[in-house]
Design a binder for this molecule. Structure first.
Ligand code: DGJ
Length: 720
């Protein structure tokens, strides 16, 4: 992760082929152990730290570390290639292992394997993030055969397990309904979670999943593995239970229709699989990922974030200078920190007045904004608000000057009609010329307007008829991988050219929630659905892998534009506060009372946001299992905590017990204070204003005054 920032590698050990060699990849609490036997590499163990007690490992737990096709395997394989001479088999032998310190607290282990006959190499590379208990693994494949090698399977990682039962929790969804958790028991055979979408790849399924061993997944206990593939393109996670009840897990780029034609001496680097193990249930998996992500997995994860006002739901495409200037002034009077101008600001010959035209023509629309972006930047500056802007630079509408000039740049199949989605086509990022165009679109905008502090990068369609005008006929199947790599290279160039600009990762909502993109982005837009009730579920799912600081949660108007549901303003704020809060409405349309509540909520949020951004998350009551949902964030030193509770559904005769808090210091006492009640409101929390022992609140719990549907509460706990 963040490869372009890392500079140093300190060599620790090197060793060459040696029978019986044990290779250990250790984090603070986890061990991944390999063994070399008959020149082949086997996984001995992945789980709780083994120390040196390897002899105590159960008999027969040696699994191929990276299974290959053609030399005896009868299960799914990590690697299947056709060599330049047509041979379809591969046999990998251990060659060497190198251990290096690749940063403070990070040890990189490179295990080199080589085919027993062909000049084909595979390096398995592991970065162990010691304190965070995360392992990042990828493969590097290359050859010097006379001709091309075709890769048909090329997993990032293979992991094997032996348990009495396996329970998979996947995250699936759709537009406006992202990140639903679903658990199933794995039975004999293969379960595949995948995306074939190429771009906006996580729209229906995500490459993040949880695996519980021996029992269904639980929040606070049980052997649990969490894994996430860092890749913005199509992915595949295959879980195969064999006749011996062993589980083989393979994760990587989706090989479907993507066999990769690899030239002599070209390096094929797979994306990384990130994973962690704990016997502390899903909660600990999430805390491991969040801590890792804040340090390594998202951009500037240890810095703060700005509250913002977005005009998407406020105006959609219908705005002019006057309307926007008013919204900017209103944002300022609410003490919001940034105004974000959404879709609709560009295109002249084909103005972007709806979603039918203009994508690709990134020149300001002179009719709507005669004084350019500069006017809005100045208006923002005058009001002490920063300015941000939306862009969707990978896309083009057929009704655009870009399409008139470069019809050859779109992804399409010859002799087939182009397939439109939201009236748009997708540009072929496998083509370096297109990569340059996409970079320039962002770069020109930022250079022309140095006052832009924030960019929302959107992507509203996926690849459906993948043909590239750039790639030769015999490399058409390289397109999806070329697209994803092209995209990552543009992200990297934008980051380098504009280090001070913050970026939001958006894809029609949460279509790009993955760690291949997030190192280049400060935050992500989890869903276009801003309904507070459904957001509780979407944010809950997202929190399994992604930290609160990266989740943009916006307060919008009622009836909600997606669900038509009417919820209290307080509930909308309380839900948005569980991450990086913003607003998506016209403050000018609020009543005086709503305005006053919003202003005080924004001020409250600023006082507590660092606890939410940096605290450890404890999910207490799941909205999927109860009519009440609650969670809390606790600072690392356990001196401050913020609790959120919601009554989603009122049921006569249901008497919900007190909620047991988690993560506090049992030795400390805490001042309990209900916050975000709005001006002049009293608290009905029985412990409000009292000092209560941490241990008591974790064992007996606290009772919550949530009696009516959509009631919500925010509680601050401060060590006394
Ligand atoms: C989809 C995004 O998710 C929305 O927030 C908005 O930016 C629209 N695109 C604009 O077209």
């Amino acid at each position: 992760m963040k490869s372009f920032f890392s500079s140093f590698l300190v060599l620790l050990t090197v060793s060459f082929a040696c029978a019986g060699e044990i290779i250990r990849i250790d984090t603070k609490d986890n061990s991944l152990v390999f063994k070399v036997q008959d020149q082949k590499l086997y996984q001995l163990w992945f789980g709780a730290k083994t120390g040196d007690k390897l002899a105590a490992l159960p008999h027969g737990t040696a699994f191929p570390a990276y299974a290959t096709f053609g030399t005896g395997e009868v299960n799914e394989v990590a690697l299947r290639v056709t060599h330049a001479d047509g041979n379809t088999s591969t046999e990998l032998l251990f060659e060497s292992v190198i251990k290096e310190e690749s940063g403070p607290g990070i040890v990189q282990t490179r295990i080199s394997l080589k085919d027993s006959f062909y000049p084909l190499r595979v390096d398995l590379v592991f970065k162990a993030y010691f304190a965070e208990n995360i392992i990042e693994q990828w493969a590097e494949i290359s050859h010097s055969e006379d001709g091309r090698v075709t890769l048909y399977n090329f997993a990032s990682a293979q992991l094997s397990f032996k348990a009495t039962s396996y329970w998979l929790t996947q995250l699936h969804g759709d537009w406006g309904n992202e990140m639903n958790l679903k658990e199933s028991r794995l039975t004999e055979g293969i379960k595949i979670i995948d995306s074939k979408l190429g771009a906006r790849a996580t729209m229906y399924a995500t490459p993040s999943f949880l695996l519980s061993l021996d029992a269904p997944g639980a929040e606070t206990q049980g052997e649990t593995i969490g894994a996430s593939l860092a890749w913005p393109g199509s992915f595949q996670v295959a879980l195969e239970v064999n006749r011996m009840q062993e589980l083989r897990l393979l994760a990587g780029i989706n090989p479907f229709a993507s066999q990769y034609v690899l030239d002599k001496n070209e390096l094929f680097k797979t994306p990384a699989l990130l994973y962690t193990y704990t016997n502390g249930g899903r909660g600990q998996v999430s805390r491991n990922f969040h801590r890792w992500a804040r340090k390594y997995g998202i951009r500037d994860g240890e810095k703060s974030r700005m509250t913002l006002l977005n005009n998407w739901e406020a105006t959609y495409f219908d705005f002019n200078e006057e309307k926007l200037a008013r919204i900017i002034r209103d944002a300022a009077s609410l003490d919001l920190e940034l105004f974000l101008l959404d879709d609709g600001w560009f295109g002249n010959k084909y103005p972007r007045n709806n979603d039918q035209a203009g994508l690709g023509d990134w020149q300001v629309n002179k009719k709507k904004l005669p004084n350019g972006i500069g006017f809005l930047v100045k208006e923002s500056q005058k009001n002490n608000v920063r300015f941000g802007i939306w862009i969707e630079p990978e896309m083009v509408n057929p009704q655009s000057e870009l399409y008139e000039n470069h019809p050859e740049w779109v992804i399409a199949q010859p002799h087939r009609p182009p397939i439109l989605f939201r009236n748009q086509l997708i540009l072929d990022l496998a083509n370096p010329e297109v990569q340059q165009f996409v970079f320039n679109a962002v770069d020109d905008l930022l250079r022309a307007n140095p006052g832009i502090a924030y960019v929302k990068w959107d992507c509203n369609r996926f690849i459906q008829n993948g043909g590239s005008n750039y790639l030769p006929a015999d490399k058409q199947s390289n397109l999806q991988i070329g697209y994803a790599r092209g995209l990552l290279s543009v992200y990297e160039k934008v980051n380098k050219a504009h280090p001070g600009v913050q970026l939001m990762l958006c894809s029609g909502g949460g279509g790009r929630m993955e760690y291949g993109s997030l190192p280049y982005f400060h935050e992500y837009w989890p869903s276009d659905n801003t309904d507070a009730i459904q957001r509780i579920f979407i944010q809950w799912g997202g929190s399994m892998f992604f930290p609160a600081i990266a989740s943009c949660n916006h307060v919008s108007t009622v009836p909600n534009h997606q669900t038509r549901r009417v919820t209290p303003l307080k509930l909308r704020f309380d839900v948005a506060m569980m991450g990086k809060m913003g607003m998506d409405l016209q403050p000018g349309q609020m009543s005086a009372e709503e305005f006053a509540f919003s202003k005080s909520a924004i001020a409250t949020y600023k006082e507590i946001r660092e606890v939410i951004f940096r605290g450890d998350l404890y999910r207490l009551e799941s909205p999927c299992e109860s009519n009440r949902a609650s969670l809390m964030y606790v600072t690392e030193d356990k001196t401050r905590a913020i609790f959120f509770g919601f009554l989603l559904h009122r049921k006569v005769g249901e008497f919900l017990p007190g909620v047991k808090l988690q993560g506090l210091d049992p030795e400390k006492s805490y001042l309990v204070k209900e916050i975000n009640m709005g001006p002049g409101k009293n608290s009905y929390l029985s412990t409000h204003g009292k000092v209560v022992n941490g241990s008591l609140m974790m064992t007996s719990g606290i009772s919550l005054p949530l009696n009516n549907e959509y009631d919500s509460i925010v509680i601050e706990l401060t060590a006394h």
